[in-house]
Write a protein that binds this ligand. Structure first.
Ligand SMILES: [Zn+2]
Length: 284
């Protein structure tokens, strides 16, 4: 049975700058162009942060609104996921854009270390972000930086704080958090299946040179894959990635090798239980 692979492209993030790779899209116009190219290459989810003109991270809802408008126009049907990650703002400012009703938003449900600091996700903020997502019909993507985050997502689902079966992203290779470890990866998959059902979809992301490793593992194991310049700016040791689309094409090649079709935006919406509004229907 064919199991289409959803490719998520994390276009910008809050850390990489033009100094790391000139292809990192910073302005809204650059972000729309880069996403459009990645969409054409096979990505069906865009995971987005926004930046100030000086490239520092922003959580300004007006910037998110402009980005959403441009993406809906130029990438019709594509799933829009905004980051509520902790680098882009403090406290409830992290969720100030949820009222724009993107299809999805990332949700971190616990704390852990990052390369140079603590990634703080206190329980009251996690509860508030989850409640805002429910109020605005935004599907959360659970960012699992640790095993406990998957179990926390399960508790929240049972408590009705998350409406649908949680969609979990395994994040591996962040310095001082969970390293890339095959046994842990396999256990993550078993845990998702045990808690959320054998058919529950999941996704994986690796940081830096490990991005390709996690892409390979996820595609081979029947999961979905995240790529993009947020997590990794290089094609290999000697070459910078020329674009987000180039990184998406790398995942498409892995899918081909494992005989998995790349999910269209419509298939991706189906798999994730997302709305397909009239707008999206007309675009098809
Ligand atoms: Zn992000």
């Amino acid at each position: 049975m064919s199991n289409p692979c959803i490719i998520c492209v994390a276009i910008t993030g809050s850390l990489p700058t033009k100094a790391n790779n000139p292809a990192v899209p910073i302005t809204i116009a650059e972000q729309i162009e880069s996403t459009h190219e990645a969409f054409e290459a096979g990505a069906s989810i865009v995971h987005a942060h926004v930046r100030n003109d000086d490239q520092t991270p922003s959580s300004d809802p007006e910037k998110f609104a402009a980005l959403k408008e441009g993406l809906e126009k130029h990438c019709p049907g594509m799933i829009i996921q905004f980051s509520t990650g902790g680098r882009s703002g403090a406290g409830q400012a992290r969720g100030a854009m949820l009222g724009l009703r993107p299809d999805m938003a990332s949700l971190s449900v616990g704390s852990n270390n990052f390369p140079t600091r603590v990634y703080e996700n206190p329980p009251d903020l996690v509860d508030w972000l989850a409640a805002e997502m429910q109020a605005h019909d935004v599907k959360p993507e659970i960012e699992a930086f640790d095993l406990s985050h998957i179990l926390k997502a399960h508790q929240m689902w049972q408590a009705g704080q998350i409406a649908q079966v949680p969609y979990v992203q395994f994040v591996m290779g962040v310095k001082n958090a969970m390293p890339v470890d095959r046994d842990v990866f396999d256990y993550y998959i078993r845990t998702v299946h045990r808690l959320f059902g054998a058919d529950a979809p999941w996704c994986a992301a690796g940081i830096g040179a490990q991005q390709i490793t996690l892409n390979e593992w996820a595609v081979a194991a029947g999961g979905h894959a995240r790529t993009g310049l947020e997590d990794n700016v290089r094609l290999d040791r000697d070459r910078l990635a020329p674009s987000n689309a180039a990184l998406v094409r790398r995942v498409v090649e892995i899918c081909d090798r494992h005989e998995r079709p790349v999910a269209t935006w419509r298939q991706a919406r189906n798999i994730l239980g997302l709305r397909t509004g009239q707008e999206q229907e007309q675009a098809a």
